[in-house]
Design a protein around this ligand. Structure first.
Ligand SMILES: NC(=O)c1ccc[n+]([C@@H]2O[C@H](COP(=O)([O-])OP(=O)(O)OC[C@H]3O[C@@H](n4cnc5c(N)ncnc54)[C@H](OP(=O)(O)O)[C@@H]3O)[C@@H](O)[C@H]2O)c1
Length: 251
């Protein structure tokens, strides 16, 4: 896999949810492009192993145990990047989960977790990165939404609501950070192979989602290339939204 390294090389990129799936693929790809990646997730052994792999391959990576539902931990992640490298160029708010279920099943714990991780986690990432980027007068905040942030399907209402929220927050942020020369991007993937189907807590729902992912899922490097595309643009070019799907995906 190759990418245009222009405007990626040397950038300090913080990635939440870097322990699997899309975040892991983005970390690997951006590190290959010469970015200095700072990895956050709860499964610290996974991000430690990924950081070691990137370092062995000649890249630079730092792993920090991070639960994005705790604003202080997200701040610690971002501050660690700034302490190590003196700046933060990109904040990739990627951590998320998708425990689908019809509302009538009243899976209130799942609803709370989705709101805490998919919405509040993104807000905590913005809160942690923004003061550094305002001071630098540069930066790039990339928030991960979904096709479900554009469309609603029965059984996925709460997930969809969180991903619509990510798009609303990102558009408001885009307008607000104009004076600081900060770029903002929403990335909305379709079905991309990852561990996301495992986050469904109802076995019948999980089985259906798993089947769909097996049938039409595309590799996670599709996401990594989308992230790289947004970052590698010249500084005066702000790619605000990317929506991509498997060619075979109907929804
Ligand atoms: N795959 C798709 O088809 C698809 C489509 C549209 C959007 N997305 C979005 O893409 C993002 C990444 O998902 P994925 O598909 O790569 O799924 P995944 O393989 O399950 O990865 C999810 C990541 O989020 C992290 N995470 C979950 N809860 C967390 C918490 N409380 N604190 C910190 N990290 C947390 C996980 O790390 P730990 O468990 O180690 O903390 C993991 O690294 C999500 O926002 C998802 O909604 C995915």
């Amino acid at each position: 896999m190759t990418a245009d390294r222009t405007n990626i090389e040397g950038k300090v990129i913080v990635i939440t949810g870097a322990s699997s799936g899309l975040g892991e693929a983005a970390a690997r790809y951006l590190a290959e492009c010469g970015a200095l990646v700072v990895l956050g997730a709860r499964r610290v052994q996974r991000i430690d192993a990924l950081a070691a792999e990137i370092t062995r391959a000649g890249g630079q990576a730092l792993a920090i145990a991070t639960d994005v539902t705790d604003a202080a931990q997200v701040q610690r992640l971002v501050d660690a990047a700034v302490e190590r490298h003196g700046r933060i160029d990109v904040m990739l708010n990627n951590a998320g989960l998708m425990p689908h279920s019809p509302l009538e099943r009243r899976k209130i714990d799942d609803w709370d977790r989705m709101i805490d991780v998919n919405i509040k986690g993104v807000l905590y990432g913005i809160a942690a990165a923004l003061p550094h980027m305002q001071r630098q007068r540069s930066g790039h905040i990339i928030n991960v939404s979904s096709v479900a942030g554009h469309k609603v399907r029965a059984g996925g209402s709460v997930y969809s609501a969180t991903k619509h929220a990510v798009r609303a927050l990102s558009e408001g942020l885009r307008q607000e950070v104009k004076p600081y020369n900060i770029r903002t991007t929403i990335i909305s993937p379709g079905v991309v192979t990852s561990e996301l189907p495992n986050t469904a807590s109802d076995p019948d729902v999980a089985a259906n989602i798993r089947k769909m992912y097996e049938d039409i899922g595309i590799p996670a490097d599709s996401f990594a290339r989308a992230v790289a595309f947004a970052i590698e643009q010249p500084d005066e070019v702000d790619v605000n939204e990317i929506l991509f799907r498997p060619t075979r995906q109907e929804f």
